[in-house]
Design a binder for this molecule. Structure first.
Ligand SMILES: C[S@@+](CC[C@H](N)C(=O)[O-])C[C@H]1O[C@@H](n2cnc3c(N)ncnc32)[C@H](O)[C@@H]1O
Length: 288
């Protein structure tokens, strides 16, 4: 089940008005798009997603919202550059969707066994390719850089040793290798409630989907599609994403923060949707 994160706060920030042209750059299950289109019966949403499996939901939305909803498949870095019209509001809800995490076949999660994959677009370089082919130094660097994992060298070494005997095929294969490599860390899990493999899985996913460069490139390209006074809202889920948004805004003089502080989910939201716990919403207004 997908529950859109910080939904009321996003609506308040975007404040959809009649005639607004709005981009939802991360359509997913369409939770935010749906709420935007319902909140203002005369606004328009152009949605983007690189994941082809969102298509049935897109078809559903086209039937309900007709010409108020359109969808462009692909990476937001590519699609943004192809939009011709100016837009009044843009939303990014970065990262992976609950559907992607929950669908074992996609190989994003170690909660179920599946072939290592993690590709949002369902094509290109996969987690399997990286885990089985990258050399130890590169693996350690990826795990450190994108997972902030201080045991990255130990994990990379364990991966390379394990694959000498057999290729590492599945999410549970990889999980077991990490748990064995960090045996003593199991104790920490009891205290922190976070699996010892979480950081490594996050790192491989970010690398496979080139997530950080996608964000940085796209934020910098935004002015070409924005009308004067356009609003940009971003939801990030970890420090690496959030840092990119923060520095982009600081270093580009056209974007002014709309709120003094970053907006975080309430206690009740986190209780109902633990996935929201690390979410941070930022809003900016664009002036030419
Ligand atoms: C957190 S989910 C969005 C959920 C959505 N807001 C909702 O309420 O249903 C993020 C979505 O963005 C997509 N995505 C991530 N990076 C992307 C990129 N660079 N280009 C296009 N889509 C991307 C993912 O495939 C995923 O479906």
């Amino acid at each position: 089940m997908h529950i859109p994160v910080l939904l009321n706060e996003v609506l308040e920030l975007l404040n959809p008005k009649a005639g607004d042209k709005i981009v939802d750059a991360t359509f997913g299950y369409g939770g935010h798009t749906d709420a935007i289109l319902k909140s203002e019966p005369e606004c328009y949403v152009t949605a983007i997603d690189r994941d082809p499996t969102v298509q049935p939901r897109v078809d559903e939305f086209k039937k309900i919202y007709k010409d108020r909803f359109s969808f462009i498949p692909g990476k937001f870095s590519d699609v943004i550059n192809s939009l011709i019209e100016k837009h009044d509001k843009v939303l990014f809800d970065f990262g992976v969707s609950s559907m992607q995490l929950d669908d074992a076949e996609r190989g994003f999660s170690f909660s179920k066994d599946a072939k290592l994959d993690m590709r949002m677009s369902c094509n290109g370089l996969s987690a399997y390719d990286v885990i089985n082919n990258y050399d130890e130094k590169d693996l350690a660097e990826i795990i450190f850089k994108y997972g902030d994992e201080r045991h990255s060298r130990k994990i990379a070494n364990a991966i390379v040793n394990a694959r000498r005997t057999n290729t590492i095929e599945t999410t549970l294969n990889l999980h077991n290798i990490i748990v064995e490599a960090l045996g003593f860390e199991k104790i920490h899990k009891v205290h922190s409630n976070i699996d010892v493999a979480t950081k490594t899985f996050q790192a491989i996913r970010i690398f496979v989907n080139d997530e950080l460069r996608e964000i940085d490139k796209t934020l910098h390209a935004l002015p070409i599609i924005l009308s004067d006074n356009a609003i940009v809202a971003t939801i990030t889920f970890h420090a690496l994403e959030d840092r990119i948004v923060k520095y982009w805004a600081i270093n580009t003089s056209n974007f002014t923060p709309l709120t003094r502080n970053v907006i975080k989910p309430s206690y009740t939201e986190v209780k109902n949707n633990p996935r929201a716990r690390s979410a941070k919403l930022r809003g900016y207004v664009y002036k030419k």
